[in-house]
Design a protein around this ligand. Structure first.
Ligand code: ATP
Length: 134
């Protein structure tokens, strides 16, 4: 079975209405956090910083210490089953402006409950729920 590894992050910013979380709409239709494949020689956090820059244009990122989690899933590409692992961190930014790349269809900043509802996959929701307790 093919193995794929990505790294991603829950990103939030403070607004007058409280914390808002960034979700992206992927070409296959799902809503998820920023993530991307790990390139050779990168640490997980280097991947995340690069992906945030490429996928959102956001440059100011502060990781929240002590949060790291993982989701696993299988999907099919060209008839091959792929086992994928994604390591997730938590980070905040002061930037609200998002400049999307061609890799995504849309983005949104939502409060916790709306973001939880918008996330397509249970695995992502489970990670997100742990963040609320932090
Ligand atoms: P990236 O380069 O950001 O890691 P990608 O766009 O190449 O992502 P995924 O977002 O992993 O790929 O999507 C690949 C396939 O896996 C899609 O069909 C998607 O619907 C499915 N998928 C994505 N996240 C999950 C998940 N948490 N659980 C189950 N299936 C998922």
């Amino acid at each position: 079975m093919l193995e794929e590894r990505s790294a991603g992050t829950v990103i939030y910013r403070q607004s007058p209405q409280g914390k808002l979380y960034l979700l992206l709409n992927y070409p296959s239709g799902h809503w998820d956090f920023v993530k991307g494949n790990i390139e050779k020689g990168e640490t997980f956090k280097q991947t995340v910083l690069r992906e945030i820059r490429e996928e959102t244009g956001i440059e100011d990122i502060t990781f929240v210490d002590g949060f790291e989690d993982k989701v696993e899933y299988h999907y099919q590409r060209d008839g091959q089953v792929i086992h994928k692992e994604v390591i997730f961190f938590l980070a905040n930014t002061k930037t609200s402006k998002v400049v999307l790349s061609h890799e995504h269809r849309d983005y949104t900043w939502l409060n916790f409950n709306d973001a939880l509802e918008k996330l397509t996959y249970k695995t992502a929701q489970n990670i997100f729920k742990k963040i609320k307790d932090l």
